[in-house]
Ligand binder design. Structure first.
Ligand code: P1T
Length: 381
C-alpha cells in the first residue's frame, strides 16, 4: 500500500460484529474472562484497547515500522523513551528543540542521574566529540522547534550504530507524510499526535514507532507499568484525523511555501527560517530526506524589538495567537514567552531564538486570505 492509501486503510478493518466501517470507540475499562486467563487478548484498559490497537497499527504503517505505541501526550511518549535509561547514562540532544522536551530532560530527569548535553547537530560529524562510553541516546528533532534547523538523520543514525547508541527522531514537525526516520536508519520515531497527525486541534496525544523488537518490548512494559496511555475517544479522533493527513499536508506545504516566499521578499522582515528556502544552510539535507518542506516558519523583523513583535501580534487576525501547531487553522506564536519560555534566555539566544522571533503554523485556509492578513499586519513595521 502507498502512503495515501495507508492513511485511510492501514490497521483498520470493518468491525466484525456490525460491519461498521469506522473503528468503534471501545469505551471500556475492562474485559470479561470466561475463566482466569481465558480471554480474547484484552484484559484491562490501561494494557490494551482495540481502538488504540487500530491506531498503533496505522501509525506503525505510516512510519514503515513494525510496532507502534500511543501515549496520552507527546511528552508522555518522550518520558517513556528516557525511562529506558538508567542513572549515569548520557543523552545527546539537539540544542534547539521544543521547550517542554528541554524542561522534561533538565528539570525532571537530571534529578534521576541522567545527563543531557545539548549540541548543535547541523554538521552530523560535530556530534562525535560529545560521545562518551555512557552515551546511550541521541535525541534528534528535525526540523527543529522553532528555528527550523535540519539535521541529517541518515548520517547521525550511522554514528549511532557505530557507537551502539539508540537514535530517536522527534518527527512532529515533518509528520510521516514528509519524512520517515526509520527508513533513514533511526531506531525510534516519536510524534506529538496533537499536531499534524490528528490535525484538527482537538486532541493531545503522542506516539512511538520502531522496528526493534527488544526496544518495543521494553517500551511496552514501561507504557503499561507507568500508565501514560490515551483514552479510546482520543484514539478515535486521531484515527479520524489521519484519514486526511496526506491532503492536509499537501496544502500545508503549498501554503507554507507561499508564505515563506512572501516574507522573504517583504521589506520589514529580516530572517525567514523555513527549510524550503535555497538559502537555508541545510536545504540540501532537507531535499534529501524530506519529500516537501511543510508549513512551519519562523521569522524576525528588521526592527528587532518587542514592540514590533507585539504590534504584529495585535494586528494579525486570521493567524490565532496560540500554543501548538499543525492544525487546519493558521496559528502564530511568540516562542520566547510561550512554547520556549522554560529555556533560559542566554541558552535560547545562543540558538538564534531572539526575544522578538515569531513562529507561524501555516494552516490550510485560502492562501490569498493568509497573505492579505500578513500584509495588513506588517504594514509600516
Ligand atoms: O504537547 P505534546 O503532545 O505533549 O507534545 C510535545 C511536543 C513534542 N515535540 C515537539 C516537536 C513539539 O512541538 C511538542 C509540542 N509543541 C507545542 C505545544 C508547540 O507549540 O510547539
Amino acid at each position: 500500500m502507498r502512503f495515501n492509501t495507508k492513511t485511510i486503510h492501514a490497521g483498520v478493518s470493518p468491525d466484525p460484529s456490525t460491519g461498521a466501517i469506522m473503528t468503534p470507540i471501545f469505551q471500556t475499562s475492562t474485559y470479561v474472562q470466561s475463566a482466569p486467563g481465558d480471554h480474547k487478548g484484552y484484559e484491562y484498559g490501561r494494557t490494551q484497547n482495540p481502538t488504540r490497537d487500530a491506531l498503533q497499527k496505522n501509525l506503525a504503517a505510516l512510519e514503515n515500522g513494525k510496532y507502534g505505541l500511543c501515549y496520552s501526550t507527546g511528552l508522555g511518549a518522550i518520558d517513556a523513551v528516557v525511562k529506558t535509561l538508567k542513572p549515569g547514562d548520557e543523552v545527546i540532544a539537539t540544542n534547539d528543540l521544543y521547550g517542554g522536551t528541554y524542561r522534561l530532560f533538565v528539570k525532571v530527569f537530571e534529578k534521576y542521574g541522567i545527563k543531557f548535553r545539548f549540541v548543535n547537530m547541523s554538521h552530523a560529524e560535530d556530534v562525535v566529540k560529545f560521545i562518551t562510553p555512557a552515551t546511550k541516546l541521541l535525541w534528534i528533532e528535525t526540523p527543529t522547534n522553532p528555528m527550523m534547523n535540519i539535521i541529517d538523520i541518515e548520517a547521525l543514525s550511522k554514528i549511532g550504530k557505530t557507537h551502539h547508541i539508540t537514535v530517536c527522531v522527534d518527527n512532529t514537525f515533518a509528520s510521516p507524510y514528509l519524512q520517515n526516520p526509520l527508513d533513514l536508519g533511526a531506531d525510534l520515531v516519536m510524534h506529538s499526535l496533537t499536531k499534524y497527525i490528528s490535525g484538527h486541534s482537538d486532541v493531545v496525544m503522542g506516539a512511538l514507532i520502531t522496528n526493534n523488537e527488544a526496544l518495543y518490548e521494553d517500551l511496552k512494559f514501561i507504557q503499561n507499568a507507568t500508565g501514560a496511555t490515551p483514552g479510546p475517544q482520543d484514539c478515535f479522533l486521531v484515527l479520524r484525523g489521519i484519514k486526511t493527513l496526506h491532503v492536509r499536508m499537501q496544502r500545508h506545504c503549498e501554503n507554507g511555501a507561499a508564505v515563506a516566499r512572501f516574507l522573504e521578499a517583504h521589506p520589514s522582515i529580516d530572517k525567514v527560517y523555513w527549510c524550503g528556502l535555497e538559502t537555508h544552510p541545510n536545504h540540501d539535507i532537507a531535499k534529501k530526506q524530506m519529500r516537501d518542506f511543510g508549513g512551519m516558519i519562523s521569522f524576525t523583523f528588521k526592527k528587532d524589538t518587542m514592540e514590533t513583535a507585539l504590534t504584529f501580534l495585535k494586528r494579525i487576525e486570521l493567524f490565532a495567537l496560540a500554543e501548538s501547531l499543525g492544525g487546519v487553522e493558521s496559528l502564530v506564536g511568540h516562542p520566547a514567552s510561550m512554547t520556549h519560555a522554560s529555556i533560559p534566555r542566554e541558552e535560547r539566544l545562543k540558538n538564534g531564538l531572539t526575544d522578538a522571533l515569531i513562529r507561524l503554523s501555516v494552516g490550510i485556509e485560502d492562501i490569498n486570505d493568509l497573505l492579505e492578513d500578513l500584509t495588513q499586519a506588517l504594514k509600516g513595521l
